[in-house]
Write a protein that binds this ligand. Structure first.
Ligand SMILES: N[C@H](CCC[C@H](N)C(=O)O)C(=O)O
Length: 288
């Protein structure tokens, strides 16, 4: 029997960002890409991200969380999934805040309402090695790509908010077909670890509309770290306040880029869908 067989998983979403949670805090088992893809292909479990809870490593944290994309690749951050993790862990405690550890460090989560949570996503990084890019560029907030009308350059703001993002601030979101541009830009040679790609239109200084193509997952209804990346990019261009509503196809998130400590804080609702039991044959089929 596969080590994950008979394990319970929880299907949730954060404004339509499809999340599956697997709690392995009592087991040393670590998933490989093939097991991740097997779960993604199981009936009804198609996820954008799989959040796997492992036993805590650092003092004061509740879990060490590893984050996987639908294609089996590992991500450093997932804002919506971390909010789902916060809901799960806070079920068992009277606490209103808790800390989880990820590849990207220790994140503080806070309950903001019955099904509403915030997560401190860390400090944005703009250096070419940190994003990462394949080499230095004159300005990481304005990297030209020849994808504007008639092949004219459109400027991307690149930023790492725990994972790599490229943000295009445009006047008309509908003029760009992300299902075509997304995969090409995700794999552009300038991004050695690929990148999450967002197109964003600033409506007001505190309201931005966003569409996102996620690295390793494709078009999604929402992406928390992309919401953070967009807000940071718009603030750097002088187009938005440090506190704004980010509207994604699945709903609204609130992002604050705190002046006091440079942290980007993401808040929004989470939804519990159902629980399911992993079946051994899903992993055997995937191995075949
Ligand atoms: N949906 C996630 C981000 C996943 C990022 C992932 N696609 C990657 O960096 O590889 C979020 O809410 O932040």
């Amino acid at each position: 029997m596969h080590p994950l067989a008979r394990r319970l998983v929880t299907k949730m979403n954060g404004i339509g960002n499809e999340i599956v949670l697997l709690d392995l805090r009592d087991s040393p088992y670590e998933l490989d890409a093939r097991s991740v893809r097997a779960i993604a292909q199981a009936p009804d479990l198609a996820f954008d991200q799989l959040m796997v809870l492992h036993a805590p490593v650092s003092a004061g944290t509740e879990a060490y969380v590893r984050i996987y994309n639908r294609d089996g690749s590992e991500a450093g951050a997932c804002g919506n999934g971390t909010r789902c993790v916060a809901w799960t862990l806070m079920q068992d405690t009277p606490h209103e805040t808790l800390r989880v550890e990820t590849l990207n460090g220790i994140l503080v989560c806070e309950r903001k309402g019955e099904r509403r949570f915030s997560v401190e996503m860390g400090r944005p990084r703009f250096g070419w090695q940190d994003i990462p890019l394949s080499g230095p560029v004159p300005d990481t907030a304005a990297i030209p790509f020849p994808i504007g009308p008639g092949g004219t350059p459109l400027l991307a703001a690149a930023v790492n908010v725990g994972n790599p993002h490229a943000v295009f601030l445009v006047d008309d979101l509908d003029a760009y077909d992300l299902s075509v541009l997304g995969p090409a830009l995700e794999h552009d040679a300038i991004f050695p670890e690929r990148a999450n790609i967002s197109f964003a239109q600033v409506r007001e200084r505190n309201h931005i509309v966003v569409r996102v193509w996620e690295r390793g997952a494709g078009l999604t209804y929402a992406c928390g770290s992309a919401a953070c990346a967009v807000l940071v990019a718009a603030v750097r261009r002088g187009l938005a306040e440090r506190n704004a509503v980010i509207s994604l196809p699945g709903g609204d998130l609130h992002v604050t880029w705190r002046q006091s400590d440079d942290q980007v804080v993401l808040a929004g609702p989470v939804e519990l869908e159902f629980k399911a039991i992993l079946e051994s044959r899903w992993f055997e089929d995937a191995a075949a």
